[in-house]
Design a protein around this ligand. Structure first.
Ligand code: GDP
Ligand code: IMO
Ligand code: MG
Length: 409
């Protein structure tokens, strides 16, 4: 079975937690896009693991993990991360693989990324990890792939400083490198979990361009990003938070506003620990944006939703959701492409009663307070998509499964 898990908002939805939870049943976990701009957190057994490049299945012993074709790999960041995993007692040797078609991120890409940001009239707020530069080099056909490290003629043509930098990685990476379509074919019939990075609204084509990342973080990215065809995908799960967050710049129609929402942003940021895993930046917070979520369901053909961070609303009297945008005095139910329209969009909201009770210890959906169930039901009705899993805390076990993700939809 091939199960894809993507972010349905602006990233940081809790994909890492959910992929780790689902990895119990998977044989292989594949990351298919992005690079060390991602930060995926797993909390288990009293330890917190912060992953940037390595797929979130790594914490389970014996699972194979693959960094796919659609990724851009910073070798320095990769070996730093692997070192940290070893330090945390994770034995990764022999089960971490990298697609030979994946592209490399060189140190100067990071510098160019930071310099370009300084010159932008409208800075994106990138992570400074050289991601956009690597994807631009790839598109311009000037990038360096993992496979090219072992092509003597190609290698000899690189800049001397690049050759010097890359030389030690030829050996260090060698044992991990795979021909990914062959690997995927060989593992056909096994349970394969595809881990998205970033989120739909940060996808290069479908997101809030130019305030996006540069990879294919949508569900379709799982196919080219791993070397399988679209017909092979059995199911797509979209992860979203009970509210919204965004790191970096760009439109965010349902963002909390000091004048209207008082200290709500600070409260949610502190209860939900909303600080970036990669850069430590405070995340911008807002109401759940159902216009954006419905858009994500449509453009990804999401079969089932995974609602995370429901517990962060435990103390709230009321909960608002955004159900439409008002732009220049007119209401629209659709998510516009034009950034100026999105920037002018004001959220039309609907208010729900809070549940004022801690959810963190609840294991069954039926045991959730009625107000929480009503919130979930409204989301399902609005998006026309079932909520199959609900997460009520950051620990692996704080996960409520309503419908098995392992049944084909
Ligand atoms: P990802 O990028 O989608 O993997 O998400 P991040 O790891 O960047 O950010 C999600 C944060 O929320 C992490 O600190 C997780 O430990 C935490 N988290 C995940 N699910 C839940 C949840 O249901 N409740 C709470 N309170 N925290 C969660
Ligand atoms: P995960 O996988 C949240 C954002 C950056 C910036 C924009 C472009 O943890 O959900 P980039 O460095 O990629 O060129 O930055 O994208 N961004 C993310 N925001 N979660 C992520 O990943 C992100 N990866 C990139 O903050 O606004
Ligand atoms: Mg993250």
């Amino acid at each position: 079975m091939n199960l894809v898990v993507i972010g349905a908002q602006w990233g940081d939805e809790g994909k890492g937690k959910i992929v780790d939870f689902l990895a119990e049943r998977a044989d292989v976990i594949v990351r298919y896009s992005g690079g060390a701009n991602a930060g995926h957190t797993i909390v288990h057994g009293g330890l917190t693991y912060k992953l940037h490049l390595v797929p979130s299945g790594i914490i389970y012993p014996d699972r194979k993990v693959v960094m796919g074709i659609g990724m851009v790999i910073d070798p320095e960041a990769l070996f730093r991360e692997l070192g940290e995993l070893s330090g945390q007692g994770v034995d990764w040797k022999g089960r971490v693989f990298i697609a030979d078609r994946a592209h490399l991120v060189l140190p100067r890409y990071r510098e160019i990324d930071i310099e370009t940001e300084k010159k932008r009239r409208r800075p994106i707020g990138t992570t400074g990890r050289g991601i956009g530069v690597a994807y631009a080099m790839k598109s311009a056909r000037d990038g360096i792939r993992i496979a090219d490290l072992y092509d003597e003629e190609a290698f000899a043509a690189y800049l001397p400083e690049d050759r010097e930098y890359l030389l030690p990685y030829r050996e260090k990476l060698k044992e991990m490198v795979v021909d990914m379509p062959v690997f995927m074919h060989r593992h056909q019939g096994q349970v394969i979990l595809f881990e998205g990075a970033q989120g739909t609204l940060l996808d290069l084509d479908l997101g809030t361009y130019p305030f996006v990342s540069s990879g294919m973080s949508c569900a379709a990215g799982a196919t080219t990003g791993s070397g399988i065809g679209p017909r092979k995908i059995d199911k797509i799960l979209g992860v979203f938070k009970a509210y919204s967050t965004r790191v970096g710049n760009g439109p965010f129609p349902s963002e909390f506003r000091k004048d209207l929402d008082s200290d709500l942003e600070e409260t949610i940021r502190s209860v939900g620990r909303e600080y970036g895993v990669t850069t430590g930046r405070p995340r911008r917070c807002g109401y759940l944006d159902l216009v954006a979520l419905r858009y994500a369901c449509l453009v990804n053909s999401i079969d089932g939703l995974v609602l995370t961070h429901l517990d962060v609303y435990d103390g709230m009297d009321n909960i608002k959701v955004c159900t439409a945008y008002e732009i220049d005095g007119k209401q629209t139910p659709d998510f516009p492409a034009a950034i100026d329209r999105l920037t002018r969009a004001r959220p039309v909201t609907q208010t729900f009663k809070g549940w004022k009770t801690p959810l963190g210890g609840i294991s069954f959906f039926d045991d959730l307070p009625t107000a929480a169930k009503e919130y979930v039901a409204f989301i399902e009705q609005f998006t026309q998509t079932p909520v199959d899993i609900v997460s009520v805390g950051y620990e692996r076990k704080q996960t409520i499964v309503r419908k098995s993700p392992w049944t084909r939809s």
